[in-house]
Ligand binder design. Structure first.
Ligand SMILES: *[C@@H]1O[C@H](CO)[C@@H](O)[C@H](O)[C@H]1NC(C)=O
Ligand SMILES: *[C@@H]1O[C@H](CO)[C@@H](O)[C@H](O)[C@H]1NC(C)=O
Ligand SMILES: *[C@@H]1O[C@H](CO)[C@@H](O)[C@H](O)[C@H]1NC(C)=O
Ligand SMILES: *[C@@H]1O[C@H](CO)[C@@H](O)[C@H](O)[C@H]1NC(C)=O
Ligand SMILES: *[C@@H]1O[C@H](CO)[C@@H](O)[C@H](O)[C@H]1NC(C)=O
Ligand SMILES: *[C@@H]1O[C@H](CO)[C@@H](O)[C@H](O)[C@H]1NC(C)=O
Ligand SMILES: CC(=O)N[C@H]1CO[C@H](CO)[C@@H](O)[C@@H]1O
Length: 472
């Protein structure tokens, strides 16, 4: 089993460049070689580095420096696995860095140097962009490809780029990626087997197929997650056993956010949150908040008895999440971070079934504290709304007092796209059913814009700008 604690890290300074590799207590071999490398912000002076290995490490170690010498290192003792996983998840947090600075790094026993850039100093007013994706599974023969299984739809058209390819081509246009839940869709394994889309790895091995798809996903996303912080939020597919099949097979790694808890290391320790479930961070002129629409609030859909029927959570004493959200929102210094952007997986303003429990729990706080923008996934299309105050639309170029809502769960996975219901809800302003992602640009303290980018050919299919009357 794994520890819910965040990695405690020791930062040391080696005196000679070549001394660093000798400090690794783990023997390097193919079982300790790092793969699936992924980054996450840890304050504006830190970076969480996570990666997997085939064997447990005594002391996961990352070498780093401002140049390629890599003469500093950070280390932890967090190397964890769970039943049905073939890998260990290693987590190290590097602290004491400079904000807005590029560092070179490499997990011990690696064969390649990567770079990351720390977050922009909280309060800095420089323009920046970030990428937002929702509901992205693995691409290729075990996920979304140019063919579909029985019952699935919307295969990739020949020559179309996947969302990962599109994000990679445009990687210089954003500082980080925010994946707002539903990560990998490994839980589709049984559905894909039943549809004749994939051949079982092994009928009796209880876990190989789930683990294979999960590993494929983390391998595919690595080209981005090893060079850009990849922030995540919980989605229902991180706890899902409703596999689209009539078989009762649910693997331990699939239950209760087990794989999700083990893989990621979001900055909850830095923000008083809980694991990868709810947390916040500052980046330049924005305070970002991830909240959890799956568990830990009244009538949460993934809790026992909830409508999602996932039998998951809770992860903290009753009332903790909403109390944290209120406290976090109340403590934002709007002079420092004039913008507040929040994300939770399930939408409540959307032209199909909405999460009313989520609305009841979260909307009053988001309204009360003047959150500027709320991002959701879950539904597999793109829908840009107006700013909305308890159902009443306010236009985004007219200094709205309510949050602007955008739903995008269209990054692409085995099941294809969803069809929105007609007529669209009154708050809807633009609907696009194409695989794609959003590029958000925070220009200054009054202008924040978005572009919806079709992954298949990188064309911009929608543009919109939120304008606030404020003095910067
Ligand atoms: C580098 O390490 C990765 C992960 O172990 C491995 O997949 C890759 O083949 C290695 N590359 C080279 C050039 O050795
Ligand atoms: C299937 O997996 C089980 C458990 O890992 C293993 O014991 C068995 O040998 C495998 N069967 C085949 C045909 O590979
Ligand atoms: C899910 O995991 C949490 C943390 O270990 C635990 O407290 C909770 O009871 C689990 N939920 C279910 C339904 O097993
Ligand atoms: C929101 O609107 C509904 C009716 O649509 C109303 O019943 C409810 O009291 C309103 N909530 C608030 C906080 O104003
Ligand atoms: C803020 O950015 C917008 C969009 O780039 C620009 O039109 C506007 O003039 C800027 N405002 C200030 C005060 O610089
Ligand atoms: C790019 O893809 C979108 C979505 O499939 C399509 O509507 C558009 O026509 C394409 N643009 C070009 C230039 O091919
Ligand atoms: C264990 C489990 O959740 N299995 C589910 C697989 O899918 C069918 C049909 O959707 C459900 O009825 C099972 O409960």
């Amino acid at each position: 089993m794994f520890f819910a604690l965040r990695a405690v890290t020791v930062v040391a300074f080696a005196t000679a460049a070549l001394a660093a590799p000798k400090t690794n207590p783990d023997q390097c071999n193919e079982n300790t070689a790092p793969f699936q490398i992924r980054l996450a912000y840890a304050g504006d002076k830190g970076m969480a580095v996570s990666w997997n290995t085939k064997q447990q490490l005594a002391n996961p170690t990352v070498y780093f420096s401002k140049n390629e010498i890599l003469n500093r290192f950070a280390r932890s003792d967090i190397s964890t696995t769970y039943p049905t996983s073939s890998t260990y998840n290693n987590h190290v947090v590097i602290t004491g860095l400079k904000s807005d600075t590029t560092y070179y790094y490499m997990p011990a026993c690696g064969n390649q140097t990567y770079t990351f850039k720390t977050a922009r100093r909280a309060g800095s007013s420089t323009e920046f962009s970030f990428a937002m994706i929702g509901d992205m599974g693995t691409f290729g023969p075990d996920g979304l490809s140019t063919t579909v299984g029985k019952g699935a739809s919307n295969p990739l058209k020949p020559g179309e780029k996947t969302t990962i390819e599109s994000l990679m081509i445009l990687k210089d246009s954003y500082d980080f990626v925010w994946h707002v839940g539903d990560i990998a869709y490994a839980d589709a394994w049984l559905k894909e087997e039943k549809a004749g889309y994939i051949t079982p790895v092994n009928q009796t091995d209880g876990g190989a197929e789930y683990d294979k798809i999960l590993n494929e996903f983390y391998g595919q996303v690595e080209e981005i997650s090893s060079i850009r912080p990849y922030m995540v939020g919980p989605g229902n597919h991180e706890a899902n056993c409703d596999n689209g099949s009539d078989l009762e097979i649910c693997l331990p790694g699939q239950l209760n956010f087990t794989g999700y808890r083990a893989h990621w290391n979001m900055p909850s320790a830095e923000s008083g949150g809980v694991e990868n479930f709810w947390y916040s961070w500052d980046h330049g002129s924005v305070h970002f908040i991830q909240f959890n629409t799956e568990t830990d609030f009244p009538n949460a859909p993934d809790e026992p008895g909830g409508e999602g029927d996932e039998d998951a959570g809770p992860f903290a004493p009753s009332g903790s999440q909403l109390a944290w959200l209120k406290k976090d929102l109340a403590s934002v210094d709007r002079k420092k971070t004039p913008w507040v952007i929040a994300s939770g997986h399930r939408p409540w303003y959307v032209s199909t079934t909405e999460c009313l429990e989520c609305q009841a729990a979260f909307e009053p706080l988001l309204l009360q504290y003047g959150v500027d923008l709320v991002l959701h996934g879950h539904k597999h299309f793109y829908e840009r709304h107006a700013a909305v105050d308890n159902g009443t639309a306010q236009e985004i170029d007219a200094n709205p007092t309510a949050p602007w809502y955008i739903v995008n769960g269209a990054a692409g996975h085995y099941d294809g796209l969803d069809t929105p219901s007609l007529p669209y809800v009154p708050t809807s302003r633009k609907v696009i059913s194409v695989y794609g992602w959003n590029l958000f640009t925070v220009h200054n303290c009054t202008h924040l814009s978005t572009q919806f980018i079709a992954s298949g050919n990188n064309s911009i299919l929608d543009t919109a700008t939120l304008i606030k009357d404020r003095t910067c």
